[in-house]
Design a protein around this ligand. Structure first.
Ligand SMILES: [Zn+2]
Length: 321
């Protein structure tokens, strides 16, 4: 029997040290040290007794191409094998193993979906890299090679027919996820992000609400620069919570970036660790109400101390500590 709200106190974590084999240059903020720091905390910290460590598998071509153009998938493979140093722009640095690691990151989310559906897990965490939410159908963007959450959501939706909520609280708009589901009424994409008129990638205006049958199933909430816990909680209370309750998700995915933390230089947002706890508490509540399992996958978050502290509080709140 599946117990809600996430009361199983089991924390499957889909992790492999191979995530560290994607090597952007030494000056690049999306460093292997990010997942190394999270992993050290998980292995040695207070959540250790609840951990269930599960190996990721590479996402198969057939699932990657549910979101990505096959030519892009092949172009990325070729670029890595040829020793190219970046793809689709200087931000997206790659190394020889990046193609394999990117397949592993997307595949981790597929493994998470299977754990939920076949083994009754109610919360799965995927501390993956490279991140995914900026990756578009036919190009890498913003350090992202494959769109891990979008590929996982497609797999979940097509294999198990779930109505899915994707909540993206990374400091930046998840343009790739939005575009993958823009005309889909069974995946509700909700993103809070730094004002796109002033911030990368420039999409995510409130007017972008979906199209066709998907109209109304994209909710963008641009946050003014310097927004902190109070502004985020107001947005959750007034906009996000009522919209999610009206949608009634059967499954919840979090594009869990932590670069809106006030100690993270990647944005001018000022969330604190307590703020991430409060946002996570909303997810826990929706999970309880709708008996919806939660899959959380790492996106941004570059300042290691606040990244680890935010991941800790996020998982503790979801587990009900
Ligand atoms: Zn970000």
């Amino acid at each position: 029997m599946v117990v809600y709200p996430l009361a199983k106190k089991s924390l499957p974590v889909i992790y492999s040290p191979d995530f560290k084999r994607h090597l952007p240059g030494p000056q690049h903020p999306e460093s292997p040290l990010r997942v190394e720091a999270i992993w050290r905390f998980l292995e040695n910290g207070p959540l250790r007794p609840f951990l269930r460590i599960v190996e990721p598998k590479e996402a198969p071509f057939e699932w990657l191409t549910q979101v990505h153009d096959p030519h892009y998938v092949m172009r990325l493979e070729e670029a890595c094998l040829k020793g190219q140093t970046h793809i689709c722009g200087p931000d997206n640095e790659i190394s020889f193993d990046s193609f394999e690691v990117a397949k592993l990151a997307a595949g981790a989310v597929l493994v998470a979906v299977d754990l939920v559906e076949r083994e009754g897990e109610t919360l799965v965490f995927c501390p993956v890299r490279p991140p995914g939410h900026h990756a578009e159908k036919d190009r890498a963007l913003g350090f992202c090679l494959f769109n891990n959450v979008a590929v996982g959501a497609r797999y979940w939706q097509k294999t198990y027919r779930r109505r899915l909520l994707i909540l993206d609280w990374d400091a930046h708009h998840g343009n790739g996820i939005q575009h993958a589901f823009y005309e889909d009424d069974s995946v509700f994409y909700v993103s809070l992000h730094e004002n796109p008129r002033l911030s990368f990638p420039g999409t995510g205006l409130a007017e972008e609400r979906g199209a066709g049958v998907g109209e109304g199933y994209t909710l963008n909430i641009p946050m003014p620069l310097e927004s902190g816990d109070a502004e985020y909680l107001k947005a959750f209370q007034e906009q996000v919570d009522p919209a999610v309750k009206a949608f009634a998700p059967e499954g919840i995915m979090i594009a869990a970036g932590f670069d809106a933390h006030r100690d993270d230089d990647m944005s001018f947002l000022n969330l604190t660790t307590r703020g991430f706890a409060a946002l996570s508490a909303y997810v826990r509540e929706w999970s309880r109400i709708f008996k919806a399992p939660v899959i959380s996958a790492l996106e941004g978050g570059y300042e290691l101390k606040s990244l680890v502290a935010s991941v800790e509080t996020h998982l503790k709140v979801l587990l009900g500590f």
